[in-house]
Write a protein that binds this ligand. Structure first.
Ligand SMILES: [Fe+2]
Length: 279
């Protein structure tokens, strides 16, 4: 185990935040990522697999357009590239929410017109996480093509571990409701930055890790939620259609719905920060 993994998760994430890699919750103005809660001294509750016992990032089909041997690069944009600029940042964690150093991320996506480059490597590239488990991808918002909602493909692999093949999605896309492959657990948080967009997603791989410290306490929290606040709304339930602004309780906590959807198994509020924000 390298030196980074000996640090507490709080220390690691605070260091990452200080390095400017991660964005605090206020930057995205909506759902919080696990890193933010931890850095603020709270037990991470809003990113699914950072709970003990929660499932890692789920697997999805690679589709028909994966190509091996993509170039190593973090920037898929060239001077002539058309489309809305998009930066995707995030972390790769193991089961104990500790960062995974040198995790391989291989991204591929459609161009602004919804077409894949199957002869060359346009919008294809792989990279490795740094010692904090962080990655950054510079690309564009992919175009739509028939039968699918907007998405980015990715393969993620910790050193010496199996490959996770999955896809990342965009909130508030009309086709999210009709794409049978779509899964809200794979929604990125996305915000506008001028004419560009900034997205974030943290992967949690099924990598065994041993936590080396007790979970952070709330003693240093500033402005965090109080534990005595009575939650509002009805209990979250599978099959219920929730509109944006709806309030529910889940596991004793209150949440506000961020976008309309019908609840599916595995989409519990703490597991899907793009759908629910803790009150
Ligand atoms: Fe695709």
């Amino acid at each position: 185990m390298d030196e980074e993994n000996k640090l507490s998760r709080k220390t690691v994430l605070k260091a990452a935040l200080a390095a400017g890699v991660a964005a605090p919750v206020a930057l995205f103005g909506g759902p919080a990522l696990a890193r933010t809660s931890v850095a603020e001294g709270q037990v991470p509750e809003l990113t699914p697999a950072c709970h003990d016992g929660d499932e890692p990032t789920i697997e999805q089909t690679e589709g028909p357009y994966f190509k091996p041997n993509s170039p190593e690069r973090t920037n898929l944009v060239t001077p002539g590239t058309q489309g809305t600029r998009l930066t995707v940042t995030g972390y790769v964690f193991g089961r104990a929410c500790l960062p995974v150093n040198r995790a391989l991320l291989d991204f591929w996506q459609a161009d602004v017109n919804g077409a894949y480059d199957n002869t060359g490597y346009t919008f294809r590239g792989h990279q490795y996480t740094n010692a904090q488990g962080a990655f950054t991808l510079s690309t564009i918002v992919p175009g739509l093509y028939p039968g699918r909602t907007r998405h980015i493909h990715v393969k993620v692999q910790a050193p010496g571990r199996p490959i996770l093949t999955t896809q990342l999605y965009f909130p508030n896309e009309p086709r999210n409701n009709t794409d049978t492959i779509f899964d809200a657990r794979l929604l990125m948080t996305v915000r506008d930055n001028g004419s560009a967009k900034e997205a974030a997603f943290d992967f949690v791989l099924n990598v065994p890790q041993t936590p080396t410290s007790t979970p952070p306490t709330s003693t240093t929290t500033t402005g965090g939620p109080t534990t005595s606040q009575p939650p509002g709304g009805t209990s979250w339930a599978v099959g219920t259609s929730y509109a944006a602004g709806a309030r529910v309780t889940y596991d004793g906590r209150g949440y506000v719905c961020l976008q309309g959807h019908t609840a599916q198994p595995g989409w519990e509020p703490p597991a899907v920060p793009a759908l629910w924000r803790a009150e």
